[in-house]
Design a protein around this ligand. Sequence first.
Ligand code: AMP
Ligand code: MG
Length: 488
Amino acid sequence: MTTGFELPEEQEGKKPAPRITPDDVWGAPPPADLPPAHPPEEEAPVAGAPPTQAELATPTTATAPLPWESTEGAEPGGPDDLRPVDLVRKWILDSVPVLQPIELPLQEAHGCVLATDIVAQLDLPPFSSSGMDGFAVRAVDVAEATPQNPRQLRIVGRVAAGQQPDATVGLDEAVRIATGAPVPAGADAIVPVEQTSLQGEGVLVLAPVKEGAFIRPAGQDVKAGGLLVPRGRRVAGPEMGLLAAAGYSSLLVHPRPRVAVISTGDELVEPGRPASFGLIRDSNSFTLFGGVRDAGAEPFLGGIVRDDVDQLRETVLGLAIRADCFVSSGGVSVGERDVVKKAFFRRAEIDFYKVAMQPGMPQGFGMIEGKPYWGLPGNPVSVFVSFEVFIRPALLKMMGRHDILRPEVTAILETDVSGPKEKTVFARVRVTRLGGEWHAASTGPGQSNLISTIAKANGLAVIPPGTETMPAGTKVRVMLFRALEDDG
Ligand code: AMP
Ligand code: MG
């Protein structure tokens, strides 16, 4: 399996981040475009000008187009002004900000990206301790010990984990010590309890130990001043444990974007309510909620908004205080009731355009109150695919993540897949590994209302523009949107 997609900055001709090497235990350094730990206050971002037709005709990408990004056949500036998927995505990724770092308690920082290098204030471990239950001794005193000829030492004290030693170790002396307890001054080795036997006030040592035996030295893990975790690293369990060990209870990280999810449509009802004839249940809110949360961001439902321009504007502006960005579905086409377009088009806050993709052609993107707003079409499959292609990577960028694209595999198609020649087709497939190769079977017809085709799938096969039918047996690239281990 490869991560077949390149990162946005690589597309701009910058050098890719160095690959991980065995010596490079921290992996690739964070991208150079992450903001500094305490960046100056910035003006609210603006989406910038959408790509013009001239720009669309002359792509700026320096590297080879990605498999699904071939502009061939997409005819930028051609019929219907279809915009190629790659350029729309690049424009969106360039427009969204990396969220300013905030200090979060350790547990809440889980899954977030560190905004600063974190160094050890003190040695780790902080003091020399015993690795065994036994006796702290001077190795030289027991160098000749054997079971037949044991060395007798005087027990001058004891120390348990969490205590200070109550004695030092001198000539022919021992301090009884527990695992994790600080090594008393004078001792340079631990004799495990199994190699001793008690005798009156003393202890018989039955075997020699080397200097340093079973002692865990201070600073052996990380020296004071050493790097614990670098900036740009995503905080997972191991990082949390290490930072907790070093005394950190909060971290400066890029926060999770709070994403307001809104559904538009007079025909929509919530899943728990009765739906009279002609009404349909709002599924998009939940597809998006799950997708946003899986991406590590924080979704909240803004509810169903009727096809009413004023209600939509009011709802969106009312949510702005607690959202970092918005995603709505429905109402971006040219119909009578295309309320999102009507609400935000006139003030040119959001650009509405057609992407050369199926499903998901009509889209809107822009800034409301300085925050990204995605207006997706209403059909459930279009919503899912658009989220995967445009929104998920953008949310990951906002969180300071570096690897923002789904992994992909090359798979053998088991079914013919057809679609409009001028568009990139994202076909729902189930990918399996058979005899050392990946196979991709379609999970159903291509219509964008067939929501079960997503639930059955674990990948999106990418049929580039210029192809009308990809016959069974052809190798295609597939974006995997579920971890294979989650697909049981
Ligand atoms: P629209 O883009 O608003 O014209 O909607 C296109 C299609 O998607 C229509 O059949 C809608 O009923 C359907 N649709 C819109 N919003 C939702 C939603 N939240 N959940 C399920 N289907 C929807
Ligand atoms: Mg609608």
